[in-house]
Structures are given as structure tokens and as C-alpha cells.
Design a protein around this ligand. Structure first.
Ligand code: FES
Length: 172
């Protein structure tokens, strides 16, 4: 039994019980979710441990976690701001919006602000192409969409998130 399995044994047992043993590889998403919930991202050790539990290769697990923008390979800020820059959104100004967001926060895409609050990421289609620029904010427990964004609406959003994050920090 590996370290990941030991720390989450009850939950992993309950998840695996939902699948016939020969299809236990189907539990890859829920196990990735456990890994990410623990520390905000999925590490190479998590990938190896999950592969071992499911009797599949690390490449199989990594290909699933790499496919979904909701799984992260590295530690990020308290909030991940994910901006779609796919073609339909780019035609509605998403790339310019991304540049403005990065300039506002003083980071490049993929970087985290020095206060640890925000990581800015470029992502593919978020299924709101006609309401671009669009972004989703991934916090600890939820994902919230923000459509038809401008730099002004973004500034308000950032202020709200900072206030909320700060209050949570002080209450912790
Ligand atoms: S292309 Fe950006 S939401 Fe679809």
C-alpha cells in the first residue's frame, strides 16, 4: 500500500467499490480529485501512486490529468484565473484581455502574484464563446464563470476575491 493509499484508505476503498475489479481504471478521475483536494495540485508522486492503485501506467494517469484544465500539475495561488484564448474568444478580444489582466496583476500567463492570491492561466474553450472575454475562477471548493469581461469588471472581481480571501485567512 503506498502513502497516498494509506492516507486516504477509506475514501479510496469506497470509490473502488463502485467499479468491477476489471474496470477499476475508471476510478482515475475520482482519485485524481482526492490528490488535488489535498494540496491544490496533482504531483508526480500522486500520479505514480494512483497508477499503482489502479494497475495502469503513470502515462495513462498523466494523460487524464493533463487533459483536464481542472487538474493542476503545480502549486498555484489561492485563486486560479483561467482565461479562454481559443480562436472564437480571441476574435472577441480575449488575447488583449489576457494581456491587460497580466499587466494589472504584474504577472505573465502561468505565474502567481507575489501575495499568493492569483495564478493566471490560459485555457481552451470554456463553452461560452459568444460571451467572450470569458474566464473561470477556481477557488478552494468552487468554480465560477465570469463572462463579457472588461478590465473594469475584472478589477472589481479581483478586489472582491482579495477581500474574501483575506477574510478567510484571518478567520482561519
Ligand atoms: S472558444 Fe473561448 S469559450 Fe469557447
Amino acid at each position: 500500500m503506498n502513502e497516498f493509499q494509506e492516507k486516504n484508505s477509506d475514501e479510496i476503498r469506497q470509490i473502488l467499490a463502485k467499479y468491477p475489479p476489471e474496470y477499476k481504471r475508471s476510478a482515475v478521475m475520482p482519485l485524481l480529485h482526492i490528490a488535488q483536494r489535498r494540496k491544490g495540485y496533482v504531483s508526480p508522486d500522486d500520479i505514480r501512486n494512483i497508477a499503482e492503485i489502479l494497475d495502469i501506467s503513470s502515462t495513462d494517469v498523466a494523460s487524464v490529468s493533463g487533459f483536464y484544465t481542472l487538474f493542476h500539475e503545480e502549486e498555484g495561488g489561492r485563486y486560479r484565473i483561467q482565461i479562454c484564448t481559443d480562436l472564437p474568444c480571441a476574435l472577441r478580444g480575449a488575447e488583449t484581455f489576457l494581456q491587460s489582466v497580466c499587466a494589472e496583476l504584474g504577472v505573465a500567463p502561468g505565474e502567481t502574484t507575489s501575495d499568493g492570491f492569483f495564478t493566471v492561466e490560459e485555457v481552451k474553450c470554456l463553452a461560452a464563446c459568444h460571451r467572450a472575454p470569458v474566464l473561470q475562477v477556481q477557488g478552494e471548493d468552487e468554480i465560477i464563470y465570469h463572462e463579457n469581461q472588461t478590465l473594469e469588471t475584472f478589477r472589481t472581481l479581483i478586489e472582491d476575491l482579495r477581500r474574501h480571501g483575506q477574510a478567510q485567512k484571518e478567520g482561519a
